[in-house]
Every structure is written in structure tokens, then in C-alpha cells.
Design a protein around this ligand. Structure first.
Ligand code: ATP
Ligand code: MG
Length: 341
């Protein structure tokens, strides 16, 4: 009799645990339609403005929502609060984050020295930015990782597909064929797994980045690498003059935010390239700096500065990594991609 009672008690406890779990799952499945006082017309306006899910609303400012829908500020504040309460916006423990880091994959560059500098390769779950002068190797590395990302994880890849946003018409399928052959891969297969889109201006570029989510979620493509080459060229060309700088930075920030979210949610690698400009007032050290300044720098987890070295070599300098020491590695660009000196 006593035993039975005990068993009963245990059973009850188990049921409770399951109930709590289910409640959490249901919470996460809520959509815009669950927001109180929000009708179909408003939802449509929200979606047109890019607020596709509760998280988008929860992290929006009231001003953004009033602009998008014409609702009053009070109403906007109300649905932001509602969105926040419906979502699990809490903290993650350090242990959870360490667990998440275990899923990070590294794409090898083909150069042992550069890989070592990067702690194994260019990693998923974040943005890596290379910046440097023309011909320093930014686009070459983009081509190389677009190929190597397709290798299985134990061969230094991610076993995934690639989206390549090409803003300067510098993507070369012939170069992909050459490097893929050098790595012993089937060039046709490799090319098929790279989805290339030419971006004609900064708005187009931003839109393409926003569409990647659909490629993954709706179309089921296992995209593990997104290349944006160049990240800043259109922005730089379209926003000239001091007066427009704030507008440019705001747009760039939004673009980086979209890329950053993709990297985080889908554990994919975002690789962006960036030009440099001359700093006329700099007398010591390197007289160049990356375009986009803090906005690009702060949104990139890893920053690599590329420059020409002696006798046709190149030097990669790790500028800003959250956990690796700064350092340099030399390499050469060859038919096969990049190799150690
Ligand atoms: P930009 O700012 O102009 O876009 P970038 O940093 O993207 O410059 P890349 O296009 O990556 O520059 O690098 C171009 C360099 O790569 C050239 O100097 C060229 O010598 C070298 N290169 C390209 N293809 C090959 C190849 N097949 N074999 C050897 N070197 C090559
Ligand atoms: Mg280039």
C-alpha cells in the first residue's frame, strides 16, 4: 500500500514536468496573430515592413511600429510589451552558451598558417570581415570558402550550401572550377551548391540578405555560408558627402543586423569584405582604415586585415577576435586558392 502511494506521488511529479515543458513549447509557437488588438490589416503592414515574427516586434522601437502601420504610439508600446511577455527573452547560462559554441564549425582556408591564426578556420555562428586594399585577396578567400564550406565537417567544411551576394561582379565561376579541381572536388557539383545573386544597389543588397531566411526556412536549403562581397561598396558609392553619413551608417547597421541574426539563428558563417580608405591625418602606423567604421567593426565577431607582403605574398592580420590572440600569418595566392609561403 505504502509502495503504491509512493509510485503515485512520483507519477504526479512527472506529469507536472511534462506540462511545464509543453507550456514553454506553445509559448514559442505564438505568432503575430496572437498579439492582442492586432487585426489582419495591421499584420499585413507589419509584414510588409519586415516584422515577420514576434521577436521582430518585441525588439522594435515604438517609432518603427508607428511608421510601419500608422498605429498610435500607445498602441505600439502595448504590442511591444505583449510581444516581449509572450517570448522567452530571458538570459542563457554560460554553460548553455558553451554548449552552443560546441556546434560552431570552422571552414578551412587551405592555408595552415591562416587557419591557425583563426583557431581552425572561418567560423559559423558569426560574421567574419576581411578588409584591405584592392588585390589583397578578399574576394579570393570568398571563392575559396564558398568551395570548402561544402566539404564534410571532418574535412574542414560545413557540409552545406552557399549564398554569394556579389555587388561588384567579381564572382568568377571559372575560378571556382579551378580551385575545386585543385581540392579534388567535382566542380559542377560545387557550382550547383553556390547560389549567386548580383546586387545592383544597396537596397537590393539588403533585400537579398533578407530573402536568405526564406531560402532556409521555406525552401529547405541547408545554407551554411553567406558571402557578401563587397559589403560596403554600394553604400560607399551612394552616400557621398558628410551630410549623408548618418543615413548610411543607419542602413549599414540594419543590414549587419539581418546578417548577424542569420548567423546566430541558423549557425551559419557570414563572410563580408570591406574596402579601406586613406587616413590623410595619420602619420604613424598604417595610414588606412576600414569603411563603415564602428558599425561594421562592432557587428563583426572576427576582423581580418589583409595586405600585400614582400615578393607577391599576402599578410593576414587578426585584428579583433573575441577569444583569440591578435597575430599575423603570411600566405600566397595560387591556382589552388591560398597556400602557406
Ligand atoms: P578588391 O578590393 O579590388 O575587390 P580583393 O581584395 O577582393 O580586391 P582579390 O580579387 O581577392 O582582391 O585578389 C586579386 C589577386 O589575386 C590578384 O592580385 C591576383 O594576382 C590574384 N589571383 C587571382 N587569381 C589567381 C590565380 N588563379 N592564381 C594566382 N593568383 C591569382
Ligand atoms: Mg574583391
Amino acid at each position: 500500500m505504502k509502495k503504491h502511494k509512493n509510485e503515485d506521488g512520483t507519477m504526479k511529479q512527472e506529469t507536472k514536468v511534462i506540462e511545464i515543458k509543453m507550456e514553454k513549447e506553445i509559448k514559442q509557437e505564438k505568432t503575430l496573430e496572437d498579439l492582442p488588438g492586432v487585426g489582419a490589416a495591421t499584420i499585413e503592414k507589419l509584414q510588409i515592413a519586415g516584422f515577420n515574427d514576434l521577436m521582430g516586434v518585441a525588439v522594435a522601437t515604438p517609432g518603427e511600429l508607428t511608421d510601419a502601420t500608422g498605429m498610435t504610439e500607445v498602441a505600439a508600446k502595448k504590442i511591444i510589451a505583449a510581444g516581449r511577455s509572450m517570448l522567452d527573452m530571458g538570459f542563457s547560462s554560460g554553460l548553455d552558451l558553451l554548449e552552443k559554441r560546441k556546434n560552431v564549425m570552422k571552414i578551412t582556408t587551405g592555408s595552415k598558417e591562416v587557419d591557425k591564426l583563426l583557431g581552425g578556420g572561418i567560423e559559423t555562428n558569426g560574421i567574419t570581415e576581411t578588409y584591405g586594399q584592392y588585390g589583397s585577396g578578399k574576394s579570393q578567400i570568398a571563392h575559396i570558402i564558398a568551395i570548402r564550406a561544402q566539404l564534410p565537417a571532418d574535412k574542414g567544411g560545413t557540409d552545406g550550401k552557399v549564398v554569394y551576394i556579389d555587388t561588384e561582379s567579381t564572382f568568377r565561376p571559372e575560378r571556382i572550377v579551378e580551385i575545386a579541381k585543385g581540392a579534388g572536388m567535382d566542380p559542377d557539383k560545387v557550382l550547383k551548391n553556390i547560389m549567386v545573386a548580383r546586387a545592383y544597389n544597396s537596397d537590393h543588397q539588403m533585400l537579398l540578405a533578407e530573402k536568405i531566411e526564406d531560402l532556409i526556412v521555406k525552401d529547405g536549403h541547408k545554407i551554411k555560408l553567406v558571402v557578401v562581397d563587397s559589403l560596403t561598396a554600394h553604400f560607399r558609392a551612394e552616400f557621398v558627402g558628410r551630410g549623408t553619413l548618418a543615413g548610411r551608417q543607419q542602413k549599414l547597421n540594419k543590414h549587419m543586423h539581418v546578417l548577424s541574426k542569420l548567423a546566430d539563428i541558423h549557425n551559419l558563417c557570414v563572410y563580408v569584405t570591406n574596402q579601406v580608405m586613406a587616413k590623410p591625418d595619420q602619420f604613424f602606423g598604417d595610414p588606412t582604415e576600414a569603411i563603415g567604421g564602428n558599425i561594421v567593426g562592432h557587428n563583426s565577431q572576427t576582423r581580418i586585415y589583409l595586405r600585400r607582403g614582400k615578393k607577391g605574398t599576402r599578410v593576414a592580420k587578426l585584428v579583433d577576435s573575441p577569444y583569440l590572440p591578435d597575430g599575423e600569418a603570411g600566405f600566397v595566392i595560387t591556382g589552388k586558392g591560398i597556400e602557406d609561403i
